[in-house]
Design a protein around this ligand. Sequence first.
Ligand SMILES: Cc1cc2nc3c(=O)[nH]c(=O)nc-3n(C[C@H](O)[C@H](O)[C@H](O)COP(=O)(O)OP(=O)(O)OC[C@H]3O[C@@H](n4cnc5c(N)ncnc54)[C@H](O)[C@@H]3O)c2cc1C
Length: 251
Amino acid sequence: MYYKLAEDSGTGVFPVTFTEYLPEQSPDPWWKSAVRDFRRVNPDEIPSIYKDGYLFEVPFVDTSVYMPWLLSRFKQLGGTIHQKELFSLEETSADLVVNCSGLGARFLANDLEVYPVRGQGVRVKAKNSGGCFLDQHSDLSLCYVFPRTNDMILGGTAQEHHYQFDPDPATTEEILRKVKIMDPSLEIEKVIDTVVGLRPARFEVRLEVDKNTPLPVIHNYGHGGAGFTLSWGCAEDVVNLAKSLKKVKSQ
Ligand SMILES: Cc1cc2nc3c(=O)[nH]c(=O)nc-3n(C[C@H](O)[C@H](O)[C@H](O)COP(=O)(O)OP(=O)(O)OC[C@H]3O[C@@H](n4cnc5c(N)ncnc54)[C@H](O)[C@@H]3O)c2cc1C
């Protein structure tokens, strides 16, 4: 789906050359066939701290453009938005509830298996060689450089069970130090701000009909650090479950 969205410049999805560096020689990843133009990084393309790496083309989701685009598409198709804090899933008069409350499912679905994985990043104005860079295996990990339409996101952290929304200045300094080692071509012109988000992690995504609620509820939460990646596939599964519920009701 994202490859298709990348064909339309208004969506905020665009193709990027993505480089993942590795501290050791490693076999091809299982997802190799899902990306385009996969190849090994040449020895002269690797910073000296790494021993291996791969390079491939993938669609990149610039969420600062994609989320407003998604919202306008939802409204164009007749969707309406009502914002309200819910204290129970039964509080609504809807025919069907799709529970996408992320970390909120700890409370709304009484599911203590969902927990936060805190991510801190730094938003900057910068120039690099043009691509995305990631290291999720060496001592520098987690380290990434993601150029977007109007800024660049440098990261990062993956701190399990941390709820702290305030940015930690020492972590910001550490991120700025690490990204320069990973991507020596990086020229930071200006730090814009520091961003913090909590990924709603779970041992597996919960996507199922809840059989214990008076109202029909389909849960769809716990996507960890892959919520955008999984979103279209999960949405399709939710629609199929909703159709099967409708069928049962009309029988
Ligand atoms: C640092 C960071 C890096 C990420 N990197 C990636 C990545 O590389 N690839 C990728 O695919 N994804 C990435 N993500 C996305 C992430 O993986 C999540 O999976 C995704 O944001 C989860 O989306 P969600 O809609 O399920 O939950 P959320 O975005 O948490 O949305 C849940 C919503 O439910 C609302 N809610 C909760 N409780 C209640 C209540 N009681 N009443 C009313 N509303 C309620 C909340 O206000 C919120 O709006 C990243 C996220 C972070 C923070």
